[in-house]
Design a protein around this ligand. Structure first.
Ligand SMILES: Cc1cc2nc3c(=O)[nH]c(=O)nc-3n(C[C@H](O)[C@H](O)[C@H](O)COP(=O)(O)O)c2cc1C
Length: 194
């Protein structure tokens, strides 16, 4: 927990700029849930805005639409199996069971966000707290949600001063889903003088 630092909103888009697969968490009326989402992207900065595809059949979407908010958690290599588990089971099927949510069922720890109700998933390397920009047409037609990032946090071991640096932290490298449960993880990056 001590590694978690507040990120300047002007840098928050960089937390998504390299296209990681993320975990989307949401909460409403005492219910919590999380799912995997590979289709997400930064849309703007100042203010930082993002776009993400959340399918109609997901239980997470129900909580997102009810609360108007959600969190994007950026998971790392050490969490690959968790990403696949959260992305291939639905919280809806647990509602009448004990435990009644995927986070508890899979032993996932979380901590409180600053601005929204959604839990932030421990062990991830970045967290973006998001508030939906209501666009009923694109939500309905394309399952596409636009959102303002209202707060952001990152693990300072791998993100500081507005840039990622994974060197020496292999398990904390982000995950990039290609297809069928196969992921890439980024190398150390290449810098170009401008
Ligand atoms: C690697 C991976 C990436 C995924 N990306 C997306 C995505 O971008 N959008 C989406 O709606 N579902 C995506 N899914 C599927 C959801 O995570 C899945 O439907 C999940 O079971 C929904 O859970 P819920 O019903 O508890 O909300 C992805 C699944 C995996 C494994």
């Amino acid at each position: 927990m001590t590694y978690i630092q507040t990120v300047d909103p002007a840098h928050a888009f960089k937390l998504l700029n390299h296209g990681p697969t993320v975990l989307v968490s949401a909460a409403h009326g005492g219910k919590i849930n999380a799912m995997a989402a590979a289709w997400n992207m930064p849309l703007d900065y100042k203010p930082t805005r993002i776009a993400i595809v959340i399918d109609k059949k997901t239980y997470t979407r129900e909580l997102i639409e009810a609360s108007g908010t959600f969190a994007i958690n950026v998971p790392c290599k050490a969490q690959t199996e968790l990403v696949v588990k959260l992305g291939s089971s639905s919280g809806r099927s647990l509602l009448d069971q004990q435990p009644d949510n995927k986070l508890q069922a899979y032993g996932v720890d979380s901590f409180a966000a600053n601005e929204i109700a959604a839990p932030l998933i421990s062990g991830c390397v970045a967290w973006l707290e998001c508030r939906i920009i209501p666009e009923p047409h694109i939500q309905d037609s394309y399952d596409l949600f636009l959102a303002d990032v209202v707060a952001a946090h990152a693990d300072s071991r791998v993100f500081s001063e507005g840039r990622w640096h994974f060197d020496g932290h292999d398990d904390l490298r982000t995950l990039h889903h290609v297809a069928g449960g196969f992921f890439f993880s980024p190398d150390d990056g290449v810098a170009v003088q401008r």
